[in-house]
Ligand binder design. Structure first.
Ligand code: GUN
Length: 698
């Protein structure tokens, strides 16, 4: 694993060579392990470019900083007789004195920069295999942005046609299959489809250096999205030649696993320092705007006065250190669910990057949104355009509800009489801030459906504790809005009987509510006489229908089915007076998580859903191999490689049922990826099993 202490290289286990395993993911962003023969490589990571002739920083020092892999150029080694001989006799790891993963490029970049190279397409792969690299690169055809469509198409087709011979030459050596197509999206998707069909280990996205040099970041992001959408997901994706930290968060959020770059050395030679927010010229600064171990103890003035070699070395070391720490920051952001916050933050550092980010926000792939788990533990920092965050975007389409069909007295509500009271101006927990107000108004007018305004959308009062709505960290004024704005929101609800109630002005003052209702919609109709029902009955009613709505949200069984069981549901309260265990006809089927308001299934709950669901309203199902069935019934996780098929689109972080191929329920759990990944991955956990259904039926 990455980490800046000296560690041993760990080769992969037998059978794992070339497999990519995802440990944690969020949307398309993923933390993985790529299993190679010399080392299990943690991703996302960057491979510093090492020139075998000139080493500003030694490969061993790179390893000590925390870099687990490097990339060097096999063509340069091949062309330099002394290096070639040593590489062939001692192997490339010994030549470079590097214990980690060595990837080599094929000379295509030299071809792009200097014109022709003298080595054959198969010969270059033979050579990389013979010097013992971990990951070799085939000789692709570099698609330049100034090429015509036909020329770019030829580059894509020629690259693909060289694939089979290159793979044959590589043998057991892992091989990069680059994606070309220049800035043309149609050709990028074509290339991704063609290259996915062959047995490559990694897919670098090539031909992007000229785009990055000209800060054509929107083109770059379009290319990543197009390539990622078509590439088979179980292989790591590499951005060839991308090494500026400013591009890491957005690329990582889009599922890029590997980067490589000589930027650390090139920029250093040129007296420039890399930072996560841009590049700084040493000539322009009096103090370090950011620091690193390499700069400690030196002032900019002192570094300026050093001789060129010493200065370049310090700057190169600094550039590697900030590169390393920005990638660590990205990995940490994936782990704690904040990668899109980092994307937003970094986007403000550069106008072209901002434009690219805004393009992405408006063209977010639906697969990425649906695999961003909306309901998680912890607070969500609110910012003005938070709806661009895929998780928040997902949460809006995820909650679906219908108002309870009956009132707290058990009478059926005529939908045309239902009055929506949209309450705004106060923060949660709303059971505390407006619980009594809601209790009073619904007790007196049982046809009222209370709705809460949150800065990310309206939710029914009965879902008031559901994350992310319940856990927005925002100033109080964000929970207020103008009457025009709230009326626009209410239009989504397609009910013209609406009253808007600013609870910040009249907190819990239900006495003036009747007057306000008269002003807004001419009154609420007949008030219930005193003594009819109580606030407590109202609260229990909303707790019950909150349960029904959550069962619908987490199972997809539909409001009708979930509301129809309301009279058979009982529940046990926690010590903090929240619904905890949920029972159907006395059987414990779900538990409510007090941390995020979501539901956890019991085995009985999974069985009930499995028996109840129809063809249309069904929960996602992962169908497993018969070999895996006994293990899952015993409560073990579903491992990739044992998934036979999926139904109803499992989503990352969301519950799913697990059946055998006869459709019998064998367990339930939390999907660790989306449907595409379920079908293709060969290593790692596909479903974290929460309960196995053993054959005796428990
Ligand atoms: N290095 C930077 N870009 C490329 C590319 O498109 N192909 C190869 N092979 N190497 C690269």
């Amino acid at each position: 694993m990455a980490g800046n202490q000296v560690r041993d290289a760990q080769s992969c286990r037998e059978g794992d060579h070339g497999k990519f395993e995802v440990k944690t993911s969020d949307g398309w962003a993923r933390i993985g392990i790529f299993h190679t023969s010399t080392h299990m490589l943690g991703t996302p990571t960057l491979l510093p470019v090492v020139n075998p002739n000139i080493q500003t920083i030694s490969p061993m020092e790179m390893w000590e900083i925390g870099f687990e892999a490097l990339i060097t150029n096999s063509y340069i080694i091949w062309k330099t007789e002394k290096l070639k001989e040593r590489a062939l006799s001692e192997g490339v790891h010994k030549l470079l004195e590097f214990p980690g993963v060595v990837m080599t490029d094929s000379g295509v970049f030299q071809q792009y920069v200097y014109g022709d190279v003298e080595i054959g397409e198969v010969e270059v792969v033979d050579f990389q295999r013979d010097i013992g690299v971990d990951i070799a690169t085939m000789m692709d055809v570099f698609g330049r942005p100034d090429m015509t469509f036909d020329e770019l198409n030829d580059a894509v087709m020629e690259t693909a046609s060289r694939g089979p011979d290159a793979l044959k030459a590589a043998g057991e050596t892992l091989l990069n299959g680059p994606i070309q197509g220049g800035p043309n999206i149609e050709l990028r998707t074509k290339s991704a489809n063609l290259m996915s069909e062959m047995d490559f280990a990694v897919h670098p996205i090539g031909g992007i250096v000229p785009l990055m040099e000209n800060q054509r970041y929107t083109d770059l992001i379009k290319i990543i999205v197009a390539s990622k959408s078509k590439l088979t997901p179980e292989r790591p994706v590499h951005l060839f030649g991308c090494g500026h930290p400013i591009l890491f968060p957005i690329s990582v959020a889009l599922g890029v696993d590997l980067f490589d770059s000589a930027a650390y050395a090139l920029f250093a030679k040129d007296g420039r320092l890399l930072s996560p927010t841009g590049t700084v010229k040493l000539a322009d600064i009096n103090e370090w705007p950011f620091t690193s171990p390499a700069l400690w103890g030196h002032s900019p003035e002192e570094v300026r006065k050093m001789d060129k070699e010493e200065r370049t070395e310090i700057l190169a070391r600094h550039n590697l250190q900030v590169t390393y720490s920005e990638l660590a920051r990205c990995r940490e952001a994936i782990r704690n669910g904040t990668i899109w916050n980092l994307v937003e933050e970094r986007s403000h550092s550069n106008a072209e990057l901002r434009a690219a980010t805004l393009w992405l926000y408006s063209n977010m792939p639906s697969d990425l949104i649906l695999n961003s788990n909306p309901c998680r533990q912890g607070g969500v920092n609110f910012y003005s355009d938070i709806e661009n965050n895929p998780r928040i975007n997902h949460s809006k389409s995820w909650i679906s509800w219908n108002s309870p069909p009956i009132d707290h007295l058990g009478n059926v509500i005529d939908p045309s009489n239902r009055v929506l009271v949209i309450i705004y101006g106060v923060r949660g927990p709303w059971r505390d801030t407006i619980g009594d107000f809601v209790g009073n108004i619904v007790r007196d007018w049982p046809n009222i459906a209370p709705i809460i305004y949150t800065p990310i959308g309206l939710i029914p009062f009965q879902l008031e504790d559901l994350n992310p709505f319940a856990h927005l960290i925002a100033p109080k004024n964000e929970f207020s809005c103008s009457l025009d704005e709230i009326m626009a929101h209410a239009e989504e609800l397609e009910n013209s009987n609406c009253i808007f109630w600013d609870a910040s002005k009249e907190e819990n003052s239900y006495e003036v509510f009747e007057e306000e209702a008269k002003n807004q919609m001419g009154g609420l109709g007949e008030k219930m006489p005193d003594g009819h029902g109580s606030i407590k009955d109202v609260k229990t009613h909303f707790q019950l229908f909150g349960i029904c709505d959550k069962i619908n949200i987490f199972t997809g069984l539909g409001s009708d089915v979930c509301h129809s069981i309301a009279n058979k549901i009982t529940f046990v309260m926690s010590r903090t007076k929240r619904v905890n265990n949920i029972l159907l006809d006395g059987v414990h089927i779900f538990s409510q998580r007090l941390t995020d308001g979501g539901l956890s299934f019991t085995n009985e709950g999974a069985k009930w859903v499995h028996e109840t669901m129809g063809e249309e309203n069904c929960m996602p199902i992962v169908v497993v191999d018969s070999d895996a069935e006994p293990f899952i019934r015993a409560g073990r996780n579903v491992m990739h490689g044992f998934v036979v098929s999926c139904k109803g689109y499992p989503k990352n972080g969301m519950p799913c049922l697990i059946t055998n191929d006869r459709g019998e329920l064998v367990g339930h759990g939390i999907a660790q990826c989306g449907e595409r990944e379920m079908r293709t991955f060969r290593k790692g956990i596909a479903v974290k099993v929460r309960g196995g259904i053993n054959l005796e039926g428990d």
